[in-house]
Write a protein of this length. Structure first.
Length: 527
């Protein structure tokens, strides 16, 4: 079976269909609470006995190689996504189809290698775009069609590097840009990167927000230090990747559709008072749980479904539960768990990293806060050595045809060497294969073959996103131009002949080359 747990780990793993059937009962693994040892030690012991599901991949059709996904059909290497069909090599995708190599996207169709795009059709190699179609290499564009290598456009058609053309001129000029050639496409990507630096960037990617600090947030209010949140998020702090009616919560990742949640990962959907939980769907008053669903009033439990009043997977009466719970909380403070680095974990702390089911470099932490092996081990984190692959590379990336039209059908049988050759910190798999839907897509739209393995491609897209970190800065609009004298304002701003006084928190670090404007100055120029 395909699993997120390495074979040498001590966990008992069930294939998903077997895990969800009624042939086994999680309560059979229940145990009495032991006041002679710390709670987290007991939870770790239970974690090694209760069967764990091989992947978090519900309602999947022909989508076995996916994780943290729901309602997927014909998807491959798709992660943290929902309601998709024929989407591969992507993460954070919602309601999309027939798309490849996407990082954070919603309502996409026939899109390729795009980042943070929404409501787009046939959009390739683009970032921060909404309602765009039949376009390539766009940055921060809205309601555009048939545009190429442009930045900051609104309601435009037939533009190349922000220059307006007629339809006939555009089609003629576009023939000189061949997406089927790897050499030419790499050159265009570099040119767009430099071109985008000529235009103002909004200090944060917000839409329909009020009193929000963070980045990539829409339809939210009263949120602080939140990232990639959407659809009715209110009164939250330190939360990333989630939303959809998420309210009154603190410290979470991949959460949504819940309230009063704290220190939780991938939990939500009609949930309330979920504390210190790892993966769960639906619930009430669940604390210190792992993969529990539709349960309420449970503590320190693993794999429960539709249960209540349980502690360490043991069933109690309501009265027994309410009597024992305060005693356990008191015990967690009197006898806390102390890890090998001397860090103390009492009640109110998340699970100790020392007890993590995964090594540091197997987790998303490595993507946002990368560490070397030595640094991770020094901080007490686990580290997984690169897996010894059993395959042999049959075609190095350097020998791939430059143009997609030169690619034979036999490419599907080749083991292609990743251009990074594992000389990176991207969990490089050293090799990869082209799958049939991918090849059909690339041929249909005349797009060159990738040269990197899916992991390395993902990390290359991550580099183009701002970090989950904020800096306090001032608007770079100075009188009638940007501070670096690169961009000249096209209209008069509210601050007239003085520098803009607005300050803000932004994910653009001060040493970066982008021209960062406040919302007022940005709207005056771009919108």
């Amino acid at each position: 079976m395909i699993a997120i747990f390495a074979p040498e780990t001590p966990y008992r793993v069930y294939e998903q269909k077997n895990w969800w059937n009624d042939a086994w009962n999680p309560l059979d693994y229940g145990c009495d609470y032991d006041f002679s040892k710390p709670f987290f030690q007991q939870f770790d012991e239970l974690l090694k006995t209760v069967p764990l599901v091989n992947v978090f991949n519900q309602q999947a059709v022909n989508s076995d190689y996916c994780n943290h996904c729901e309602d997927s059909k014909d998807c491959y290497l798709l992660f943290a996504s929902i309601w998709n069909e024929n989407v591969s090599f992507s993460r954070g995708v919602v309601r999309s189809r027939d798309s490849f190599d996407i990082l954070q996207g919603e309502n996409l169709e026939s899109c390729y290698n795009s980042i943070d795009c929404e409501n787009c059709y046939r959009l390739f190699f683009s970032r921060e775009c909404k309602n765009c179609n039949d376009s390539v290499f766009l940055f921060d564009c809205r309601n555009c069609s048939n545009c190429f290598a442009s930045a900051g456009l609104r309601n435009k058609s037939y533009c190349i590097f922000n220059k307006q053309y007629s339809k006939e001129e555009y089609q003629k000029e576009l023939k000189s840009f061949d997406l089927g050639s790897y050499r030419l496409i790499s050159d265009i990507a570099s040119r767009l990167k430099e071109h985008a630096l000529k235009y103002p960037h909004k200090y944060a990617h917000f839409s329909n927000t009020a009193n929000v600090v963070g980045d990539h947030v829409s339809h939210a209010k009263n949120c602080y230090y939140c990232f990639s949140m959407f659809q009715n998020t209110e009164n939250c702090k330190y939360v990333a990747h989630g939303g959809a009616n998420f309210k009154d919560s603190y410290d979470g990742y991949g959460v949504g559709a819940g309230e009063l949640m704290y220190e939780s990962i991938d939990s939500g959907l009609a949930s309330s008072r979920i504390l210190f939980a790892v993966v769960g769907r639906g619930g009430l008053d669940m604390r210190y749980t792992y993969y529990c669903h539709e349960s309420k009033h449970i503590f320190g439990c693993i794999g429960l479904r539709n249960k209540q009043y349980c502690i360490l997977n043991k069933q109690y009466s309501k009265e027994e539960y309410e009597t024992l719970m305060p005693q356990i909380i008191e015990h967690m403070n009197i006898m806390p768990f102390v890890d090998k680095k001397g860090r103390i974990y009492k009640y109110g702390e998340f699970f100790p990293s020392e007890l993590s089911l995964f090594a540091y470099n197997e987790t998303i932490a490595q993507e946002y806060f990368p560490l070397t092996r030595e640094a991770a081990l020094a901080q007490g984190y686990g580290w997984r050595a690169p897996e010894k692959r059993q395959y042999e590379v049959t075609l190095p990336a350097s020998r791939l045809p430059d143009h997609i039209k030169e690619v034979p059908d036999t490419i599907l049988g080749e083991v292609i060497g990743c251009a990074h050759e594992s000389d990176c910190n991207h969990q490089c798999t050293n090799a990869f294969k082209i799958i049939l839907p991918e090849l059909q897509f690339l041929r249909k739209f005349t797009i060159t073959l990738p040269r990197l393995c899916p992991n390395c491609r993902h990390y290359e897209r991550l580099k183009q996103r701002n970090p989950l970190k904020l800096w306090h800065r001032k608007c770079m609009c100075a009188e009638t131009q940007s501070e670096n004298i690169v961009y000249a304002n096209t209209v008069a701003h509210f601050h007239n002949d003085k520098s803009c006084p607005n300050e803000f928190e932004t994910s653009y670090a001060p040493d970066r080359p982008e021209i960062v404007y406040c919302e007022q100055c940005y709207n005056a120029e771009i919108v």
